[in-house]
Design a protein around this ligand. Structure first.
Ligand SMILES: NC(=O)c1ccc[n+]([C@@H]2O[C@H](COP(=O)([O-])OP(=O)(O)OC[C@H]3O[C@@H](n4cnc5c(N)ncnc54)[C@H](O)[C@@H]3O)[C@@H](O)[C@H]2O)c1
Length: 292
């Protein structure tokens, strides 16, 4: 049995593209705890996610954790590009890209409208999104365009989500959790393309947002996982080597598991953490505590 009961709660999980990334594991654990889950997925990967969800209920990836009987099955899946706040922000040429169409409003405000129509209210928002087109470029060689885009998609999107979804959280004792990385508070040279700046921005934004949303009784926290071989992380460089390095230097001498990140997110949404807000919790086997 899972000791946390989120029955009657609605959770929006962003940033699911496959069954490997943190978003998938977070979404599963929230459903296992009783929440109804809505996914907001990048329009480019909507088909892939829908195919995955169409797989057999016996599929290992879809099985719920904690021995809960059933398979992961979100109540809704929305196409969502978090770099756009309203349709007025979308350039014409974007509609020429595969996955984008006029059929659905894939902007942040459009997402909030869809949630309102389908659920009426939202209790929890999970921000599990990051992107830099120059992630392989060290900061010193990152273009202004890529740097600003990385911050827009990876950091500002948290503020935009809170802004547009806040009315849906009215009276709900809501909670927001985002994912950051130690590269946002320490110099991690391989973490380029503006991503370190984006994570630093995300971290102070989460603190600011914890104040503004706190006035309404909601909490905002971040989880900072150690390196993990997701699709996004594989784009950075030799993720295997990063994982080995972190494991060797960590007090627990091992890599993290995605489930450990998901469980911490669950804790941060649940009443067990009712007085925790504006916090960053490291789920990195203690790596951040070490001096080198
Ligand atoms: N993997 C790691 O080592 C690691 C470590 C610490 C923090 N994180 C953070 O965890 C979060 C999830 O990443 P992940 O490692 O699970 O990788 P991932 O590739 O599974 O997730 C990143 C997601 O961002 C989405 N995305 C990118 N641009 C978007 C946009 N414009 N609009 C909407 N969605 C968009 C992608 O579709 C993808 O689903 C990110 O914030 C990442 O920085 C990852």
């Amino acid at each position: 049995m899972i000791p946390i009961n989120l029955s009657g709660k609605t959770a929006l999980v962003t940033g699911v593209a496959d069954t490997v990334g943190f978003g998938w594991h977070i979404a599963k654990v929230l459903q296992a705890a009783g929440a109804q889950v809505a996914l907001a997925v990048h329009p480019r990967v909507l088909n892939i996610v829908e195919k995955t969800l169409g797989r057999s209920a016996n599929d290992e990836d879809r099985k719920l954790p904690f021995g809960v009987v059933g398979e992961f099955s979100p109540s809704k899946v929305y196409p969502s590009d978090l770099q756009y706040d309203t349709l007025a922000d979308v350039p014409e040429e974007q509609y020429e890209v595969k996955g984008y169409s006029n059929d659905a409003d894939f902007t942040v405000s459009g997402l909030a409208e869809s949630l309102k129509a389908d659920f009426g209210s939202v209790d929890y928002i999970i921000h599990s999104v990051a992107f830099s087109r120059e992630i392989k470029n060290p900061l010193i060689d990152t273009s202004r365009r890529a740097y600003l885009e990385a911050i827009s998609i990876s950091a500002y999107s948290l503020t935009a989500l809170c802004h547009y979804c806040l009315p849906l959280m009215e009276g709900r004792e809501g909670a927001v959790v985002g994912l950051t990385y130690i590269g946002g508070d320490r110099a991690v040279p391989y973490y380029g393309g503006g991503m370190s700046s984006a994570k630093a921005a995300l971290q102070i934004d989460a603190k600011q947002l914890s104040y503004f949303l706190g006035q309404k009784g909601h909490r905002v926290n971040l989880v900072s996982p150690g390196p993990y071989a997701s699709r996004a992380a594989r784009g950075i460089g030799d993720i295997g080597q990063m994982i080995e390095h972190a494991a060797a230097k960590s007090p627990l001498s091992r890599p993290i598991e995605a489930e450990e990140v998901a469980n911490t997110v669950l804790f941060l949404l649940s009443p067990l953490s009712s007085a925790i807000t504006g916090e960053v919790i490291y789920v990195d086997c203690g790596y951040h505590a070490m001096g080198n």
